[in-house]
Write a protein that binds this ligand. Structure first.
Ligand SMILES: Cc1cc2nc3c(=O)[nH]c(=O)nc-3n(C[C@H](O)[C@H](O)[C@H](O)COP(=O)(O)O)c2cc1C
Length: 443
């Protein structure tokens, strides 16, 4: 019997909402980014709804926005991922815990240890969002004047991945015999010293932690350049991606999946999860009103700066309460620009409303009823636009509660989302195999 393909759902939780106006929405928790009681409650609600994973993005600098925009945004600051996820591991049982760690600014021995620890602490629920860090300001926080060049970052990332996974394989799964009789705590024949010397890294090993319960924590990637996609195809088991619509999503899906077979990897062993910003209402009008109300909390200064960037044209002189004027061609992304022009025309938005929407969140969005959102998600799944989504909630807690209470049951009713967890590790949730140990093949 073939099982209907299932959606995989992650929750994008750093910061708790990506929408810059979220903390001002009526009933929202303005301090949620730094309030553990709130974050715990959100994680437990996501687990009760059977989400695959709680995902913490991370940045190694305050985001590089003009201070007039920064001062109004809750998105520029949040907890350090491992500290938070370790605390969440103790108050959840099943949900995956994905942390971001940088291959440019971190050391592989640190990264291997932290993920191995989180995997043990959580009983096999850790995932590593491997990023090369694109924000140049991060360099300034690590004693560097300049950011490493893009292709070098990706070459280092590839080597970094080999070292980290090599360190995770330092011990055979049954190396720790703990033989009270003989007094042997571990069997030295089941220990491998990596002794890595490469272009960017030199690491002796072994790791001072037993092999993680999942073998390797799940490796996730979010790069979008050619080098980023290549690294994803070679190394990642899940890809987070920003896709503006289904057509673009299908192209990305086909491209990345096609790169797997020549590498000897199964299509199914890499899950593609675009980010989706969801606003749920009891009617389409109510959902649109919520989105429109949310956007009013984006300050005009921040909004107009974002709109100018997206249009590739200075919009600060436009009449805020007039329609969007004709704009000359520019170097900005054509598809992003067209989407914004279409919004303005189709919905009759003023420049102010448009600026506030773009300044709030302008990626893929699903605004509607539980049924219409489930329809969209099902279409993405059936037409191979994705294997699921990384959900972004518009405001907390209500936006998350609406999704878990209304959309999730609709997806379950259609048989495209689990009603119960069938495993207890993140690999099991995502349908991924446990990697063999490269130094100690299964006997
Ligand atoms: C959904 C998503 C999540 C991301 N999370 C992070 C993050 O937490 N930290 C980070 O430094 N970069 C993050 N990025 C940025 C990517 O890692 C990458 O730098 C960016 O997409 C540019 O890719 P490129 O360098 O391949 O062009 C994220 C990107 C996406 C699409």
């Amino acid at each position: 019997m073939t099982r209907t393909r299932q959606l995989h759902l992650g929750a994008f939780m750093r910061p708790v909402s990506l929408h810059t106006g979220a903390w001002r929405f009526p009933g929202a928790w303005p301090d949620a980014n730094f309030n553990f009681a709130h974050i715990k409650r959100l994680a437990q609600t996501l687990e009760a709804a059977r989400f695959d994973a709680f995902f913490m993005a991370d940045h190694l600098a305050v985001l590089n926005m003009p201070v007039q925009a920064l001062r109004r945004s809750h998105t520029a600051t949040s907890f350090e991922p491992f500290t938070l996820l370790s605390a969440l591991a103790a108050v959840t049982e099943k949900i995956g815990l994905v942390a971001t760690a940088s291959t440019t600014f971190d050391a592989p021995y640190h990264v291997a240890r932290r993920f191995a620890s989180l995997d043990h602490l959580s009983g096999g629920r850790a995932g590593w969002n491997l990023v090369t860090t694109s924000n140049p300001d991060a360099a300034l926080n690590f004693g560097l004047e300049e950011h490493m060049e893009h292709d070098d970052r990706y070459r280092r990332a590839r080597e970094f991945f080999d070292v980290v996974t090599g360190l995770w394989d330092s011990w055979d799964d049954d190396a720790f015999v703990r033989d009270v009789e003989s007094g042997d705590y571990f069997d030295p024949a089941k220990l491998h010293v990596l002794a890595h010397r490469g272009e960017h890294l030199s690491v002796r090993g072994p790791l001072n932690i037993a092999r993680p319960p999942q073998g390797w924590p799940v490796v996730v990637q979010a790069g979008s350049s050619e080098a980023g996609r290549q690294l994803a195809a070679q190394t990642a088991e899940a890809v987070f991606t920003a896709q503006p619509n289904l057509e673009a999503g299908k192209r990305f899906y086909a491209d990345v999946k096609a790169q797997l077979e020549p590498l000897g990897r199964a299509r199914d062993h890499l899950k593609i999860l675009p980010g989706a910003f969801v606003v749920v209402g009891d009617s389409l009008d109510e959902a649109r009103e919520k989105r429109a109300l949310l956007d009013t909390f984006v300050h005009y200064d921040s909004g107009i700066a974002s709109l100018s960037i997206a249009l590739g044209h200075d919009a600060s002189g436009f009449d805020p309460d007039g329609p969007l004027p004709e704009i000359p061609e520019s170097n900005a992304s054509q598809s992003a620009r067209q989407r914004i022009v279409d919004w303005a025309r189709e919905e009759g938005l003023t420049v102010r409303q448009l600026a506030q929407r773009v300044g709030g969140y302008s990626g893929l969005q699903m605004v509607g009823t539980a049924k219409s959102i489930a329809d969209e998600m099902e279409q993405w799944l059936v037409e191979e636009g994705s294997d699921g989504f990384n959900i972004m909630f518009p405001f907390l807690p209500q936006g998350l509660d609406d999704f878990t209470a209304k959309v999730v049951p609709e997806l379950q009713r259609r048989g495209i989302f689990r009603r119960e967890y069938t495993g207890s590790t993140l690999r099991e949730h995502l349908g991924l195999p446990r990697p063999a140990n490269r130094f100690f093949p299964a006997r």
